[in-house]
Design a protein around this ligand. Structure first.
Ligand SMILES: [Zn+2]
Length: 285
């Protein structure tokens, strides 16, 4: 079996063990087929886009083990439309299988960017947004994390070296050989990413870069970048003293707000923004 096929199999195992039936709603099972030939794996090499995607799926499955997927198809479609609009204007518009946006059914204020382009936003954060431009600001920030590969880069080099070395062995090519070890090695890298995005958060630098990327995406997509200032102002008030959700994994909102404010001018609400706000209000109740 080719190395890539092994990887797909391992992720499928992780996916099934993770037990997230709702995931099929956003990621078709057919996507499991993997392209690309692979010779014996080298001990250390850059992670490919397809590997990043499959790691991201497994991380997404892990997140769906913690949170429930929202079942409102209209809201999910709307979030996808807004998300795709900003993603197209990002520095990485075409990851391996594109971007997928989904809503988590929780009042917690949070959003997660899985490696490769699966992005979750909670109902709690959607409801914190007052209009479509603010929703776009959140999604643009998460797209920024995917574009900068912050998730996949949270896997330690030592961990990847272990995985690649194990994959390259003859025994690993036979199911039942060291496959058990291989799965557990791979689980380790999923754990690295999950812990970073759900528990510990990225570095301050990564967050600052994602905020800057968001402003660029918003501007290019025709959204009002000032929406980010307004949203962060709301979040600052809501998150005062909070140490959960997005407030736990991100730098203090006041710091983010100060930096974003410094690079955004005052933009009055345009006619287009008013129309988008009406659309948002119809979708989000
Ligand atoms: Zn972030």
């Amino acid at each position: 079996m080719r190395r890539d096929a092994w990887l797909a199999l391992l992720i499928l195992v992780t996916f099934v063990v993770g037990g997230c039936g709702g995931m099929s709603a956003i990621i078709p099972a057919a996507a499991i087929a993997v392209k690309g030939a692979g010779k014996a794996a080298e001990a250390a090499r850059p992670i490919t886009d397809s590997e990043e995607y499959y790691v991201g799926r497994a991380v997404a499955a892990r997140i769906l083990g913690k949170y429930k997927l929202d079942q409102d198809p209209k809201l999910t479609q709307y979030v996808n439309e807004v998300g795709q609009t900003v993603a197209r204007k990002s520095s990485r518009p075409n990851p391996f299988k594109g971007y997928h946006f989904a809503v988590l059914d929780t009042q917690e204020i949070n959003a997660f960017a899985c490696p490769g382009g699966t992005i979750f936003i909670t109902r709690g954060l959607i409801q914190t947004c007052k209009n479509e431009d603010q929703l776009a600001a959140v999604l643009a920030h998460e797209v920024g994390h995917v574009a900068n590969k912050d998730g996949i880069n949270s896997i330690s080099q030592a961990r990847w070296t272990q995985v690649f070395t194990a994959m390259g062995t003859e025994a690993a090519k036979q199911y039942g050989g060291v496959a058990g070890n291989l799965v557990s090695l791979f689980e380790g890298s999923i754990d690295d990413v999950f812990k970073t995005i759900v528990v510990n958060g990225y570095s301050r630098q990564a967050e600052e870069t994602a905020d800057a990327a968001a402003l660029t995406e918003l501007t290019r997509a025709g959204y009002n970048p000032n929406a980010m200032v307004i949203l962060l102002t709301t979040m600052e008030a809501k998150g005062a003293g909070a140490s959960s959700g997005i407030f736990k994994t991100h730098p203090p909102t006041s710091e983010r707000l100060a930096k974003v404010k410094a690079s955004v001018g005052q933009s009055p609400e345009s006619q287009g923004e008013k129309i988008r706000t009406e659309r948002f209000k119809k979708m989000v109740s």
